[in-house]
Design a protein around this ligand. Sequence first.
Ligand code: NAD
Length: 342
Amino acid sequence: MSSSYRHILVTGGAGFIGSHLVRMLLARPVARVTNVDKLTYAGNPANLADIAGDPRYHFVHLDIADLRLRAVLRENPPDAIINVAAETHVDRAIADPLVFARTDVLGTQNLLECAREIGVRRFVQVSTDEVYGSISEGAATEDSPLQPGNPYSASKAGGDLLCLSYANTYGLAVSVCRGANTYGPHQYPEKFIPLAITNLLTGQPVPLYGDGRQRRDWLYVLDHCAGILTVLEKGVPGEVYNIAAEQERENREILARLLALLDAPDEAVRRVTDRPGHDRRYAMDADKLRALGWSPKKPVEVGLAETVDWYRQHSKWWQSIRQGDAFIAYYARQYPMLPPLA
Ligand SMILES: NC(=O)c1ccc[n+]([C@@H]2O[C@H](COP(=O)([O-])OP(=O)(O)OC[C@H]3O[C@@H](n4cnc5c(N)ncnc54)[C@H](O)[C@@H]3O)[C@@H](O)[C@H]2O)c1
């Protein structure tokens, strides 16, 4: 797909999804990609080491909630903005919710204000299926009510609503995309799948919340990014698009698959107390995005095998995170019932 935008600003480009998106954009004939990232615990410049020397790539170390963002954008105005930056981990949101509202709500609004001032042609807000809350039957469509069940999803819902209000009030060309649970290479190793893989690779038990029957709709990271870029190019301003592969699996099924791929025994899984307010099931209908020509390419079993291979081959990447004091302290706080990492 060619790009009709010359200069694209991506926020959160040093994180998991953002780094794949930056790489995908640079594979196109764009003139410039600017990455604004605060480099929180989840932001890692090593995720972009392969493209760091591309003269079209520019990195700005800044918080999206920082008012100095305006001057940065004024100096070198992008014609499109993709807002990927967010605090993203539900467990962290339960432990420390304030930063979620700051980044996911206020940061989004600061970016919207910048976009309005410089007059961007396009703004895409990257959001999540979690804003619909737990879905007991069927699948959420873009018109389903928002019923976020934790401070992460509530903050993301706040960001979405601000975006849609800027489309309605100021005519800003904003679209919102809501992605399903995403997995793949470069995902920070405290999230469910990479935590399981890296624990199994280091002989540690793998925590499983509650009965493990929570259902999630798994989306490979490159399918997610292709969906975001479809919304950038073909989405209608003011509209929302679900990005889902419609591949629901229970958490315990995902773990069983990982055990098989890593030749680990069932005893490696440890049931731990469930997360408070844990949503049972997420499910979305993605027909609206499919109608724009997007479709997911990666079956979840294939994607999981490839992800395991990537973590096997990139132990330096995740060991340097897991061996850091911050990760070890986080792990001890989150899983006091498991052996500490160090
Ligand atoms: N991972 C998933 O399963 C998933 C699913 C659906 C939607 N999403 C959404 O996709 C986006 C990216 O998720 P991810 O999993 O790649 O996240 P991540 O946690 O791996 O990365 C987040 C990135 O944002 C940066 N960041 C955080 N706060 C910032 C701030 N205030 N200013 C500037 N940069 C900041 C971090 O440094 C990091 O580089 C988020 O908006 C998330 O809500 C994620």
